[in-house]
Write a protein that binds this ligand. Structure first.
Ligand SMILES: NC(=O)c1ccc[n+]([C@@H]2O[C@H](COP(=O)([O-])OP(=O)(O)OC[C@H]3O[C@@H](n4cnc5c(N)ncnc54)[C@H](O)[C@@H]3O)[C@@H](O)[C@H]2O)c1
Length: 327
């Protein structure tokens, strides 16, 4: 049984991943717990006897936090472009400096593998489909700080300290600590509440996507295979236009395209597609989950946990209040 430390493990992806990894591992969740579900339920979740909590800022990390830790999964920091612009100094302090320091201390403390959760935003917007060999072109503070952290952490890799950089597409799917500011989750929640979806612009903009289920499957694979080398991988299950996604999701609800409002004055300039050469090369074939299955889990979860759009589910709202005390 391995000991895995998940930094940022109390968040949207982390709450899901923690419960997946607890099935076969000891898990230490290191998080300030800005979003409370996992912390509040730490004594109730399955296999909680194998769960340890370190409730603190990543800046305050000390070597003994890595005692007996085999692998670190780093999901920490400001998690999207708009929130990163609210307080650029903070974004650099956490997403770059904080995560770099965390990795350096992990290495010095004998951790064997560091899995760094990054973002496809490091490629910026591109007409061609990008893969791991494509030139990076980070545009936001979020993308710039994450790319700089990636590079600094990849540089300290060695035979004894493997580094895996996972550049995630936009995530979707249910977690008890749900985010309702990610496009698929937003559409599903909006259809539950109002029976309508709003799309910015004509919806012809392309985006890459991957579910929490698939990202967690990939983490499990990496964690179980000690022989895997250091690498950089784009995590993408499919690319879609926002328009086609909206069509598929209204259809799932038994509604028609008339339930989609295209708002032409709200232009969305983000338009890019991602592929991966390294996913298959290093991890073999991944059987990706089905979109309809994920939608049905989202519907069940949102209703069961009575989730709403608020500070806990919309990161911009939370960080606006944290930095400026307003929403
Ligand atoms: N959600 C996506 O679509 C997406 C896409 C690409 C990459 N990512 C990356 O994946 C990771 C996880 O994303 P998420 O959606 O789960 O985000 P999230 O905001 O839900 O989780 C981040 C966690 O980090 C914690 N945290 C923030 N600052 C901290 C600090 N200074 N000290 C200690 N803990 C702190 C928060 O409490 C939170 O639990 C992030 O690094 C994000 O950039 C996410």
């Amino acid at each position: 049984m391995k000991t895995i430390l998940i930094s940022g493990g109390g968040g949207y992806l982390g709450t899901y991943l923690t419960q997946v990894l607890l099935k076969k591992n000891k898990v230490i969740v290191y998080d300030e717990f800005f979003f409370k579900w996992l912390y509040a339920n730490r004594k109730k979740i399955k296999f909680n006897n194998r769960l340890k909590i370190l409730k603190k800022d990543i800046i305050d990390v000390v070597p003994k936090d890595f005692k007996d830790v085999d692998i670190v999964c780093d999901l920490n920091g400001i998690p999207n472009d708009p929130s990163s612009e609210l307080n650029k100094k903070h974004t650099w302090a956490i997403n770059f400096y904080g995560r770099k320091k965390f990795a350096e201390m992990a290495k010095a403390s004998g951790v064997k593998r560091y899995i760094f959760n990054s973002t496809c935003a490091v490629y910026g917007f591109n007409k061609k489909t990008v893969n791991e060999k494509s030139k990076t072109n980070p545009l936001s503070t979020y993308a710039k700080a994450n790319l700089k952290a990636e590079k600094a952490i990849f540089k300290i890799k060695s035979n004894k300290f493997k580094v895996n950089i996972l550049r995630n597409s936009t995530l979707f799917g249910f977690s008890q600590n749900l985010r309702l500011d990610l496009v698929i989750n937003i559409f599903v929640n909006s259809l539950i509440n109002s029976g309508n979806i709003t799309v910015d612009g004509d919806g012809k903009q392309w985006r890459p996507f991957i579910s929490l289920t698939d990202v967690s499957k990939i983490y499990e694979k990496i964690i179980s295979r000690d022989e895997l080398p250091s690498f950089v991988i784009n995590l993408v299950a499919f690319n879609s236009t926002i328009r086609n996604l909206a069509f598929k999701i209204v259809k799932y609800f038994g509604l028609s395209n008339k339930n989609i409002n295209f708002v032409s004055k709200n232009k969305d300039l983000r338009n890019y597609k991602t592929s991966s050469k390294n996913l298959k090369k290093y991890l073999g074939k991944i059987r990706f989950t089905n979109l309809n299955y994920e939608i049905s889990n989202l519907i069940k979860g949102i209703k069961r946990y009575k989730l709403k759009s608020n500070e806990t589910t919309i990161r911009m709202q939370f960080y606006k209040r944290k930095f400026f005390n307003k929403t």
